[in-house]
Design a protein around this ligand. Structure first.
Ligand code: ADP
Ligand code: MG
Length: 377
């Protein structure tokens, strides 16, 4: 798609095509910006960037998915500029240049298989594809090992934080750049370590339920949760909530801050338990942890919504081992850990529940742990 789209627009083939995947977070939500733990895996669905270098400093960007074009000189990129979708692309190249890499003007055509705005991280996928395309075109040599890929992930994150202005942690970008097929990633945002955990579900699978709901309060609420966590850490006299024990959380007198902190601290413990459960192939335990994570996000962190709750309840009602929202919340996607043989029944139960509640049709698919960002040609 990106390849043909590039030729159609520019009349010659791209010099490189790069791909970066979306992700689902299996467990460990709203922990990345709290120096905590997460366990994402990359999807096989990815965003492609077909690209060629230009002689000048100009970025010309097309997205086939939203049928839009934008152009800006790389030297004009700054916080809030360009606005909107092209900020993710231009911001990534800006961040690479800021980090000292010789990135110049480019023609870029984007085409994605990752649903946009569904909590499956189309934003990290578009950033990652552009970062990898720049690596290929300008010979940056950042794809050969995890260390180089971390440099790319950081540039992607800076684009989102500083140019787009979304205060997200590094989970999505790290997952998209560093994932390996057949593996989940245990990410520790205290020491920035990454462990590749074999993800073998033996007769089971992760069903993704994209609710197609997006509640507009999402954007402000994300920043608000971040600020609440920082405030809780400050009151407890620690650098981050990672330093806090479950008992210490209960010392917070503000009931809202106490619940926020309780989610973060308990979620970190659930990630550790989930990694251990995966290592001993205890999928029942993994499922229970996922469901407990959803409960914590719904009650203590208050980032779920009716569509996500109905999706999880419906999956559990027909025997899912566990189910939880994934991503930032307030809409987007849920995941259910199910027996492969139960797929048809689970899909039917979710669709029926959505119809009964008057929600729109959800988008359902099975997530397979795919590879991280890469160059295709
Ligand atoms: P998510 O990352 O969960 O999909 P975000 O709100 O973080 O949701 O990112 C979605 C935004 O990223 C879109 O609104 C758009 O600005 C940008 N984006 C992502 N993928 C594309 C694409 N293929 N084409 C154009 N813009 C995209
Ligand atoms: Mg995103």
């Amino acid at each position: 798609m990106a390849h043909e789209g590039f030729i159609r627009r520019l009349g010659y083939p791209p010099a490189a095509i790069a791909m970066a995947p979306g992700r689902v977070n299996i467990i460990g939500e709203h922990t990345d910006y709290n120096a905590g733990l997460c366990l994402p895996m990359a999807l096989t669905q990815a965003t492609a960037a077909a690209a060629s270098p230009r002689e000048d400093d100009e970025l010309r960007i097309w997205s086939l998915d939203i049928d839009r074009h934008a152009s800006i000189a790389l030297s004009d990129v700054a916080p809030g500029k360009p606005r909107g979708w092209s900020g993710y692309v231009a911001g990534t190249l800006w961040a690479l240049r800021e980090a000292g890499f010789p990135v110049g003007g480019m023609e870029i055509v984007i085409a994605s298989e990752v649903p946009v705005g569904a909590g499956l991280s189309s934003s990290a996928a578009i950033e990652g594809a552009v970062a990898v395309a720049a690596t290929a075109l300008f010979g940056l040599g950042l794809l050969d090992d995890d260390a180089g890929r971390r440099v790319l992930a950081l540039a992607c994150r800076r684009a989102e934080n500083e140019i787009v202005g979304a205060p997200t942690g590094g989970l999505d970008q790290t997952a998209s750049l560093l994932a390996r097929a057949g593996h989940a990633l245990r990410l520790d945002f205290r020491d920035d370590s990454v462990a590749h955990v074999p993800f073998d579900l033996a007769g089971h699978e992760i069903l993704v339920i994209d609710t197609r709901a997006h509640h507009s309060l999402a954007d402000g609420q994300y920043g608000k949760r971040r600020t609440e966590c920082e405030e809780a850490a400050r009151l407890l006299g620690v650098e981050s909530l990672r330093e806090v024990s479950p008992a210490e959380v209960e010392a917070l007198t503000d009931p809202v801050l106490r619940r926020r902190a309780r989610h973060v601290v308990s979620e970190n413990a659930r990630v550790e338990a989930a990694v251990a459960a995966l290592e001993r192939h205890d999928l029942h335990e993994l499922g229970l942890l996922m469901t407990a994570s959803h409960h914590s996000l719904r009650v203590d962190y208050e980032v779920s919504c009716a569509e996500l709750d109905v999706a999880c309840t419906a999956a559990l009602s027909v025997g899912a081992l566990g189910a939880r929202m994934t991503g930032g919340g307030f809409g987007g996607s849920a995941i259910a850990l199910i027996e492969t043989a139960a797929r048809v029944a689970t899909e039917a139960a979710v669709r029926r529940a959505f119809a009964q509640h008057g929600f729109g049709e959800p988008n359902l698919f099975v997530a397979t742990p795919g590879p991280g960002a890469r160059v295709l040609a």
